[in-house]
Design a protein around this ligand. Structure first.
Ligand code: SIN
Ligand code: MN
Length: 200
């Protein structure tokens, strides 16, 4: 499908076909078993509505000590490896030479959302963040490279992929809400967003 460029975000609607989406969910199942989703708290102590885990050498976590990447799940185990089915998408759209070292896995239930934020805990912003949407639709909001100002929103559906890079690498973004029941990919509903990152 035709690409959509919104404030520097390269949005590939329908990039992943249904078979590939199903394969990704199957690849995620053992990961979610080995590294269960946790409901993180922000450094100020506020519980997030999104539940999170990671795959890869590093995972992104937040707790009372701050936002950071670390090599283990909050319960202590090393993160599972990023499955080939996911790395392939990075190879095809970003780079075949450099591997992502983090796949952050966000799960949105019917009432989850994510406030406007920048992805800025990575060491090298020359690498994009690659976002993969699976399951229910999400209203994705894009702001500016500084806080505040006008924003624009777009619905992201299952199979959509977004490349957040270049001048837009530090653009504020967030998820206002999901549309419960809009996809049948996940047996229990909800939305999974994967973001592949070069963190080091
Ligand atoms: C994120 O910014 O980490 C998540 C974006 C999304 O859920 O689409
Ligand atoms: Mn983000």
């Amino acid at each position: 499908m035709a690409g959509l460029l919104l404030r520097g975000f390269d949005i590939r609607k329908g990039y992943l076909d249904g078979t590939t989406q199903t394969r990704l969910i199957e690849a995620l199942r053992p990961i979610l078993k080995a590294a269960p989703l946790v409901r993180p708290v922000t450094p100020s102590g506020k519980e997030m509505s999104v539940r999170m885990t990671s795959a890869g050498a590093l995972g992104w976590v937040t707790d009372r000590s701050g936002y950071r990447y670390q090599d283990h799940h909050p319960k202590g185990e090393k993160w599972p490896a990023i499955p080939e089915a996911i790395r392939t998408i990075w190879h095809d759209l970003v780079s075949a030479e450099r591997e992502p070292d983090c796949c952050l896995i966000n799960y949105y239930d019917d009432s989850a959302k994510m406030g406007l934020h920048q992805d800025k805990d990575e060491a090298d912003f020359s690498w994009p963040v690659l976002s993969i949407s699976l399951g229910d639709d999400a209203l994705f909001r894009i702001g500016n490279t500084t806080r505040g100002g006008k924003t624009e929103s777009v619905w992201l559906s299952s199979g959509d992929v977004v490349i957040m890079g270049g001048p837009a690498r530090l653009t504020y973004h967030g998820v206002d809400r999901i549309r419960p029941g809009s996809s049948r990919l996940l047996p229990k509903g909800g939305r999974i967003n994967l973001t592949l990152r070069v963190a080091r």
